[in-house]
Design a protein around this ligand. Structure first.
Ligand SMILES: O=C(O)CCC(=O)C(=O)O
Ligand SMILES: [Fe+2]
Length: 399
């Protein structure tokens, strides 16, 4: 047990904890052996059932400590740059099938990324998330991090989701050319365009390892394109992929604070795959089908938000679920989204496409029964961890 933990749990009511000593000893045995997950799980069952405030505080403190130890501390190996395969669709597809991803440099015209970043940062500055003025395009965060789903998050997101430049980027010709080589000539994007507004200094919120299949369902050939809106190095929170992890079926889920609120529980087969990543430059893209395990690296940049988009593509004739035809978070209607668009060309474009509508299987998306407790405890522990980090830095005069 480290000194910081010792001093923080010393402030928990020791007398009230006395009755639980044998349990706590067992918990610490697991933790000392490096298994935080098992230690927390053991304590959590008793703490939740006991109604003991002291034990609950102990659990939360343990979770604060566990955050950095339970997140995958990976050092990704370099992604294979597939630009050399372009022009040979068979080779492109064979590589996608073998590795479960494709990474390409310099595909999207910079002007298109700039245009969208201009508009998004304008909204974020107006909402008080980032510094305005000359530095606006750097997306320097000036407020405590927000998570997807919080009311203040939606104040910005509900405006961003209306941007024509966001949705039209999914149809950008150079991107479509690559997608068609990777999937086939009838490939088209889902209208579900996603924007990621990731705060700095919040490793706890980094998107955890997951597959997209439980969120999207339909065809497992559904392929995502992940696109940062500026240079995005590994330490800025870029995307990492588990090479070859698309071959092992659908994995079970657990609650997580990061985007989507779900992480995949990785099995031996998947754990034997290596993580790959890249220092992305603006214009680079990575493609991956919906069974590939991927995650975001932690954003260790202390100032800059990571802004990126991700779009999903499939072939005509394949299956999709109705949710993929709705705007992300489904809070605003397409008619409202389209209201200020300059062009009509892309409005309801998918109605001319051929696809099979597949039923949504809620069991694939379900979380374990205890997820509400889990969410509450993780949010509490995250707030404490964040406050301590900030206080630590200001005490060291770094803020
Ligand atoms: O950008 C992120 O943090 C998550 C991206 C992701 O999961 C995806 O593109 O499917
Ligand atoms: Fe994903």
């Amino acid at each position: 047990m480290n000194a910081e933990f010792r001093s923080n749990v010393d402030s928990v009511d020791q007398e009230a904890l006395a009755a639980y000593r044998p349990l706590l000893d067992e918990v610490h045995e697991l933790i000392d052996a490096g298994d935080y997950e098992a230690g927390i799980s053991k304590l959590q069952k008793v703490a939740r059932a006991s109604g003991s405030e002291a034990l609950m505080n102990y659990l939360i403190e343990l979770r604060v400590q566990a955050f950095p130890r339970m997140s995958e501390k990976i050092t990704p190996e370099p992604m294979f740059e597939a630009n050399g395969l372009l022009g040979n669709p068979e080779a492109v597809r064979a590589r996608l099938d073998k590795d479960g991803y494709l990474f390409f440099r310099s595909i999207i015209p910079l002007a298109r990324l700039q245009e969208l970043r201009e508009q998004i940062t304008q909204i974020l500055a107006e909402q008080g998330w980032i510094q305005g003025g000359d530095k606006r395009m750097q997306a320097l965060a000036i407020r405590r991090p927000l998570r997807e789903g919080q009311p203040q998050f939606f104040k910005a997101h509900d405006r961003i989701i209306k941007l024509e430049a966001l949705h039209s980027l999914a149809h950008e010709p150079n991107l479509m050319n690559v997608i068609r080589q990777a999937l086939g000539s009838t490939a088209f994007p889902h209208p579900l365009s996603i924007v990621r507004l990731i705060f700095p200094d919040s490793p706890e919120l980094a998107t955890p390892p997951h597959q997209d299949f439980p969120n999207n369902q339909g065809t497992p050939n559904l392929t995502a394109a992940w696109i940062p809106l500026a240079d995005c190095a590994i330490e800025d929170g870029s995307l990492a992929i588990m090479e070859g992890s698309h071959k092992f079926g659908v994995l079970p889920l657990k609650f997580h604070l990061g985007a989507g609120n779900r992480r995949a529980v990785l099995n031996e087969n998947v754990l034997s795959c290596r993580w790959v990543g890249a220092d992305f430059k603006a214009g680079d893209i990575v493609l991956f089908p919906s069974l590939t395990v991927h995650k975001a690296m932690e954003n260790h940049n202390l100032e800059r938000m990571r802004l990126s988009v991700d779009f999903r593509y499939q072939l005509e004739g394949e299956a999709l679920t109705e949710g993929c035809l709705q705007p992300h978070f489904n809070r605003i209607s397409w008619d409202d989204i389209y209201r200020e668009w300059k062009s009509d060309t892309l409005k309801y474009y998918w109605r001319d496409k051929m696809y099979i509508e597949a039923p949504w299987d809620p069991t694939l998306h379900e979380l374990p029964e205890d997820h509400v407790d889990e969410a509450y405890e993780q949010q509490l522990a995250y707030n404490i961890a964040l406050t301590r980090r900030k206080e630590g830095r200001s005490a060291r005069g770094e803020d």
